[in-house]
Design a protein around this ligand. Structure first.
Ligand code: FER
Length: 257
């Protein structure tokens, strides 16, 4: 996995802008690139975080540079918050409930607002959803509930909790079966999953067994699941930004199958 060029963390001479999109008592943030964009990525924060977790200066500078340098085509990026506005309990168990529920909010409120802002609707092959840690847990729920909306999935350092907290580690076979069943139930449309974590990441022992079990389900996941483990990678945003630096350029490159 490549390291982010040092200069990419500094301000770029051409920058996108961040818009605040209000709905109900909440809001999402939208990165609007400098120039027209044909794709949209939804990025979901980790436990205890919010819509600002991804949109720190280093990340936004990196995205500006990646677009400016032609590393990737311009994309819109939406950063929502999965917690209810009044939520004070941000523990893993409370967060696990919130992310499962959040997919409906994403579908019914965040997506129409964000895409309404851009003035276009994106085909599912031009829409990706990803996230870090609890945001990856959310991404697996998006796979199970919203395969009609998203063709591309980018779970970073987090497993699927449909069989319980950290269930990808404790119940890998059941988790892989639940993911496969959900895909079949949704009509098995074409999709691509790119899962990434680090060898020293606290989520590694949960995600790795799940991925192995998914690989054994060739019938559903064959050729559609790419998995990378960064040697030495730990569970933090800085390491995860490296995964995005690696993953964003070819997120939309492959034909869906
Ligand atoms: C994991 C997925 C998510 C994990 C931790 C989390 C330890 C999130 C924890 C938190 O938000 O506190 O596999 O492994």
């Amino acid at each position: 996995m490549n390291t982010i060029p040092q200069g990419y963390l500094e301000p770029c001479d051409r920058t996108g802008r961040v818009e605040r999109l209000d709905y109900g008592d909440k809001y999402a943030l939208l990165y609007v690139p400098d120039g027209p964009a044909a794709r949209m990525v939804y990025l979901i924060h980790g436990g205890g975080g919010d819509q600002h977790s991804f949109f720190c200066p280093a990340f936004l500078n990196m995205v500006d540079h990646m677009i400016r340098s032609g590393d990737m085509a311009p994309v819109y990026i939406v950063a929502p918050c999965f917690y209810a506005a009044a939520e004070t309990d941000k523990s893993p168990s409370s967060s696990g409930i919130a992310v499962k529920r959040f997919i409906d909010e994403l579908r019914e409120q965040v997506m129409p607002l964000a895409e309404g802002y851009t003035g276009r609707t994106f085909a599912r092959g031009d829409r990706a959803v990803g996230g870090f840690s609890m945001g990856a847990v959310a991404t697996w729920y998006a796979f199970m509930q919203a395969l009609d909306l998203f063709g591309r999935f980018l779970p970073l350092s987090g497993d699927c909790w449909t069989c319980g907290e950290k269930g990808g580690g404790s119940h890998p076979l059941e988790t892989a079966a639940a993911l496969a069943d959900a895909a079949v139930r949704q009509g098995l449309p074409a999709f691509a999953i790119r899962a990434i974590t680090g060898s020293e990441d606290i989520a590694y022992p949960n995600l790795d067994p799940q991925i192995r079990a998914m690989r054994a389900r060739e019938d559903v996941f064959g050729g559609r699941l790419r998995y990378d483990v960064l040697p030495g990678g730990v569970h933090d945003y800085d390491t995860m930004f490296r995964y995005l630096y690696d993953a964003l350029p070819d997120l939309f490159a492959r034909e869906l199958s």
